[in-house]
Design a protein around this ligand. Structure first.
Ligand code: ZN
Length: 453
């Protein structure tokens, strides 16, 4: 196992990646890896600091008069495994299969973002001759809400250019990302006792494709909660007691379920309707009408489109619904790429529920990274890529959050771009890294360091 990757090029990158694999480092447990990389940097004469959040910052002075280039990635990985493995035992065992590296069937590989970290640190340890000052910033808890980046002191972001190495498709360079926020909406409920003799029922929508709340929001995927609202609007005879959806709050919901009751003799002919225990109380008919109509007609999906990059730029996703005795909670999130598109989306959803005495709460707000109109960086990267590989890379922006959004907020002058080698199915036990793309990715990165820094 020790030398599983020793035949691969560029050797120092793979050696470092293998070293990273040996240290468990899922989100919230990056400390040991941070300390190990700090020790390695210091042994090689670099200054390396762990900030209070656990982010690692490594510095290498460079040729005088040259701009500082920041290389950035995250230390944590999403550990996914079909086996139950204790946190302290979560070592990745990489395995070569043709042009792919996996850790299957045991776990996810952590190439997101271990390979980016390995490439950046290799360049600080062995920079091209004449390179300018280099800094590496490796954050913690990226995968659980960009928590490390959120705590990074602005002083570390002083530099001309930041290259984020956390993208997953070779040949693409990302130049912007959406900002986002979570909006919870609490709707008051009025209840009455369930009349005796009624029939308890359960209505469920399930097995929908789901998807990412930002990246897939323009793919016309059905939203389980909205599908259920449609069904309830067609069948006012189904009274409601409880409505729920369980799923991640950054996904299009795949399933949703209502528990309720129907008066005897009014049972509709619906295959999705199943008998269930009779609930003690039901929403009053007026309350049910109000709430179901409001949910069924709420603004959701794509709000703004960006024709320049052919991508959604403003959106909202209804992700969850939960019922308490006296209120119903809707969990939504809005995203926006340009200007105040995110705020506009949040206002639009809030306004829709205003007439229902809704209580709304905004949380997890993060900044957008707007593609800079006058930055020379995209042109420079395109030219280098073309020179090396004989074709232009695809420039894009993404409708999801990246750490660059948080950096843009703290240093608006920083020119940024994000790219990486090809990683398929990250965050899953079938995660795999395309080996040949790593050599090209590293060559591209090294050439940028040579030319730009
Ligand atoms: Zn990542």
């Amino acid at each position: 196992m020790e030398h599983a990757l020793s035949t691969l090029e560029p050797r120092p990158v793979w050696a470092l990646f293998e070293r990273i694999c040996r240290i468990p480092h899922d989100s919230g447990r990056e400390r040991a890896l941070g300390l190990e990389l700090q020790r390695l940097a210091r042994e090689n004469g670099l200054s390396a600091e762990l900030d209070p959040a656990g982010n690692l910052i490594v510095d290498r002075p460079g040729a005088p008069g040259r701009r500082r280039l920041i290389l950035q990635g995250h230390l944590d990985m999403v550990w996914q495994s079909p086996e139950k493995i204790e946190p302290e035992e979560r070592r990745v065992l990489p395995r070569l299969e043709g042009d792919y590296l996996t850790a299957a069937p045991r776990s996810s590989l952590g190439a997101d973002n271990g390979i980016g970290v390995a490439a950046a640190l290799t360049l600080l340890l062995e920079p091209p001759p004449g390179a300018g000052p280099l800094r590496a910033i490796f954050t913690v808890q990226e995968e659980v809400g960009l928590l490390g980046a959120a705590q990074l002191d602005a002083k570390w972001l002083e530099g001309a250019v930041l290259l984020n190495l956390d993208s997953e498709q070779e040949g693409e360079i990302c130049l912007g990302c959406a900002g986002g926020a979570r909006l919870t909406i609490e709707l008051p409920l009025e209840r009455e006792a369930t009349p005796p003799g009624w029939l308890g029922v359960e209505l469920e929508v399930s097995g929908l494709p789901g998807g990412h709340s930002g990246m897939d929001i323009d793919k016309h995927r059905p939203n389980a909660i909205l599908e259920l609202a449609k069904g309830l609007r067609h069948h006012p005879e189904i009274r409601v007691s409880h409505w729920e959806t369980i799923g991640p709050d950054n996904a299009i919901p795949r399933a949703s379920r209502v528990l309720g009751a129907v008066a005897p003799g009014e049972l509709p002919d619906l295959p999705e309707l199943r008998p269930a225990p009779l609930p003690a109380t039901l929403w009053t008919a007026a309350c049910r009408e109000r709430v179901v109509t409001a949910i069924g007609t709420m603004p959701n999906g794509v709000f703004h489109f960006d024709p320049a990059f052919n991508v959604v730029s403003g959106s909202s996703n209804l992700a969850g619904i939960a019922t308490a005795a006296d209120h119903l909670t809707l969990l939504t999130s809005q995203r926006g790429m340009y200007g105040n598109e995110r705020e506009q989306a949040t206002e639009r959803v809030t306004a829709h529920f205003a007439a229902l005495n809704a209580v709304t709460r905004l949380s997890a707000v993060y900044c957008n990274w707007e593609p800079a109109a006058n930055s020379p960086l995209p042109g420079e990267l395109k030219a280098i890529y073309r020179e090396l590989f004989g074709k232009f890379p695809e420039l894009k922006v993404i409708h999801a959050g990246l750490e660059c959004g948080l950096f843009a907020e703290r240093n608006p002058r920083l020119q940024m771009a994000s790219f990486g080698p090809t990683i398929e199915a990250p965050h899953s036990p079938s995660e795999r890294l395309r080996v040949s793309s790593v050599a090209r990715f590293y060559r591209f990165l090294r050439t940028i360091v040579e030319r730009l820094a």
